[in-house]
Design a binder for this molecule. Sequence first.
Ligand code: ZN
Length: 469
Amino acid sequence: MKLRPLLAMTSGFLAALAVTTAAAKPLSQEDLSVAEVLRDRALESSDAYSIVESLTVEVGPRPAGSEGDRRAVAWAQEKMKALGFDRVYTEQIEVPRWNRGHAHARVVSPFPQPLVVSSLGYSVGTPEEGLTAEIVEFSDVSELIEAPAEKVRGKIAFINKRMERTRTGEGYGPAVGGRSRGMRAAAEKEAAALMIRSVGTDSDRFAHTGMMSIDGVENPVPALALSAPDANLLEAMLERGQPVVVNLDVHNQRLEDGPSFNVIGEITGRENPEEVMIIGAHLDSWDEGTGALDDGAGVAIVMETARMIAELPQRPRRTLRVILYGAEEIGLVGAKQYVERHQGELDNIIAVSESDFGAGKIWRFDTRLPETKFDIADQMMQLLAPLGIKRGNNQSSGGPDSSVFVARGVPAFGLYQDGTDYFDYHHTPNDTLDKVDPEILKQNVAAWVVMSFLASEMEGDLGRVPTEN
Ligand SMILES: [Zn+2]
């Protein structure tokens, strides 16, 4: 990245801007200069990589409420203390718990051969002796929902919906319905089981797990994701027109609800410590990989961002609070319980933001701000543009956990990563450290440190954003 000439241009431009319109600009030239220094320092020497390396090597998989989760919570507190946070604490949350056992699937007829599958999160098992049933195919979850029950009863419903690869990840929404709502629909129609084509963009022979809606489903049925090549195989067999019969042998274990934790670390504000800028990521992961991309990288980016701000000669005006949310994967449990518990303090949160889209380069800066505050985003953009970041829209959710705050009117920033490859690895055994590029993490931290420092330091506030409901 050739930054120097661009930086020089930016500085000159800002100086000119400060002279002509200083009174109208909410961010001071001095604050912008500090942010610029932080940004350049992050590009040179930030080390988020060693944090995600530590989390994946020393903790590994950390599904909500598991032994790995407990170790992650201890790891996060120790790491935050070691990085120089002023205050580190946890808040307990209550989470449903589940243990993955085995999941085997094989075609019995007409062309016997094994299939590679993975249980969806919180799936029940089959009877001990397994189950054998005919496949009935649906193009997407809506088709299953609309199907007459007699077409589905006693069969294995197979949702064969492909996900489109995009930089923004917007192919995920249309594809994920089969995973989130398919089991409920299958159970209501008394299917024997549900199988879905993995919600992913790869053609590797492993499946993508993930959460599904289970609350209130009376007679849940086993729910499995097929790897993309295995979904192709099943599709090709079905095209031949004969009944395709599959045997499933699945064993999982639902455990009693138990504790998990949001882990919180703060750089305490020097003037208005009760006012906070919240940056976050989620600490839990799925169980089959080491959660390097989802969301170890995010954890590392926000922790390293706070560490860099803590290194400044003085604390920012208001508190910078890093929240590592618990149990995001199973339904934003940590964020929901946090907002519930801190309802009375939401007005003190200047804004929220979360890093939870892997470890790709940041290419777009989205916001959710009142229109009167767009100037602030424009000023931030002057420091972000040299990092290859362009201005996006004002519809940011701030990230999955942040969206719970946004629903209550809290402003948000979204530093959008390139997600072209993210869904090749998402929720698979292949979500491992080798997918994380240390140099790209530096670019991420550089952008995060600009946004986080300015939001913590700026003199004014960001108002509230009217919510739709
Ligand atoms: Zn995630």
